[in-house]
Design a binder for this molecule. Structure first.
Ligand code: ZN
Length: 145
């Protein structure tokens, strides 16, 4: 039952990604690439006084990478950079080590199951690694390799 619900969330976000747009006034941007699957993603963040005011993404990828980026942007809006870093660590802990904190992750807990598919973990984390690069103002393309 819970798994069906999660699956619906993923399908919905892969078909109708939220915040799928270029942010012209973004002051933090990074590009990510997952060569294993061919997923590409650019993350745009408008950060002001340590808070994420707007966030968007563009790119092309599989359903997992697209829905992950979409849910990530929804989760980040209005968060401080420190809260975003914490969410990133929680997400990575969930998909790589199986440590799940539903209270902290909300809808993002839908990705708990990808841990069983190591190739898919890279799809699910691409947007997050790209976000991290954007927040750290790294200019080189991030790859999941
Ligand atoms: Zn993928």
């Amino acid at each position: 039952m819970i798994h069906d619900l999660y699956q619906e969330v993923l399908i919905d976000h892969s078909r109708r990604p939220r915040n799928f747009r270029l942010l012209k006034d973004a002051n933090r941007t990074a590009e990510g690439y997952n060569p294993l699957c061919g997923d590409r993603c650019i993350v745009f963040v408008k950060e002001k006084a340590g808070r994420i005011e707007e966030v968007g993404f563009q790119g092309a990828g599989c359903a997992i990478s697209t829905s992950s980026a979409s849910l990530m942007t929804e989760a980040l809006k209005g968060k401080t950079v420190a809260e975003a870093e914490q969410l990133l660590q929680n997400f990575l802990a969930m998909v790589t080590q199986g440590r799940t904190d539903p209270a902290a992750l909300g809808k993002l807990a839908a990705f708990a199951g990808v841990r069983e598919f190591p190739v898919r973990v890279k799809c699910a984390t691409l947007a997050w690694h790209t976000l991290q690069a954007a927040l750290q103002n790294k200019s080189e393309v991030v790859t999941t390799e």
